[in-house]
Design a protein around this ligand. Sequence first.
Ligand code: AKG
Ligand code: FE2
Length: 332
Amino acid sequence: MQNSRTPQIAIVDLSKDAQNICSQIKEACETSGCFYIKNHGIPEEIIQNAFTQMNRFFALPVEIKQKCIEDNRFGRGYTSFKSQNVGELMGRKGEPNDPLEKFAMGNMDPFPSDEEKLLDDKYKSQWCPNVWPDQDLPEYRVALESYYRNCQGLAKRILSFFAIILQLPEDTFVKELSLASHSLKCNYYPALERGTHQIRIAEHTDLVPLTILAQDESKGGLRVRLKSGEWVDGDPIPGTLFINIGDLMSRWTNDIWVATVHKVIVPEKKEGEAQVIPARSSIAFFVVLNPESIISCIPSCREASGGVDKYPPIHYSDWLSERLQRMNHPPY
Ligand SMILES: O=C(O)CCC(=O)C(=O)O
Ligand SMILES: [Fe+2]
């Protein structure tokens, strides 16, 4: 695929000086909620190995993959083909299920605090155990755990830039991750006969503050809606990762920052292309906050909105469970 770069989505070079980085990210967060990052520090082999192993996992016989279906309430392990309906999760009715399979994992480290807390549902649901196909594909776990750790570090760097932009102490958001287990989700979209589906994942916003998205090269299909309403391509660009903010960052900033509306479509057939479109893979790292973090309007955003808070302060866990319940969705 030609890299038809979309000029409206910035490529932020993380090797530049902080002022340059922050002004690009600020502009992006206010107009589309998304941007690419390059020189992000995650070694390419780690990203490529995560894709290699995930593609091996999804190529396993379905009976083996199904051994990784754990307790679906907690959103860990394998979700079989076409068993999710993102449109419904967003409150829309009548859309077909999305033609993809998923695998999700969370933090693999021991819980970094008093174990008693784990009896509390709001911690239990974040820190539930991962489920791995260790007997059939032990390399899968190694590859994803390594990518997870790298994303954890990168998320902290990006959140530090967010804090600077929003005129807060640099560690403001990072402090809110100390007891959080994030969610890393592999999406596998099998090859499709053209004409059977137009959409690979339905239009949605992510709930979390921030998502780091890696797409396998050459496939395309990610579409992003700008604040102006225009839809543009978010095709993969070699050497970059795609960052988008979700509903929580929007709430925190009094809606000054835009939660990126996005979807994955089946790209139109170009001359000479086959009737079957190839499989596509992506890996989304959803940044999750401490259950007891309080989300209240950021002072600089209140000031920029004439002193008015659009939303009352709320604990992260209450906000999330209210949203997830409304959507009948397993926790992140
Ligand atoms: O596959 C993609 O590129 C996007 C996936 C996505 O939006 C999600 O998992 O929330
Ligand atoms: Fe998404």
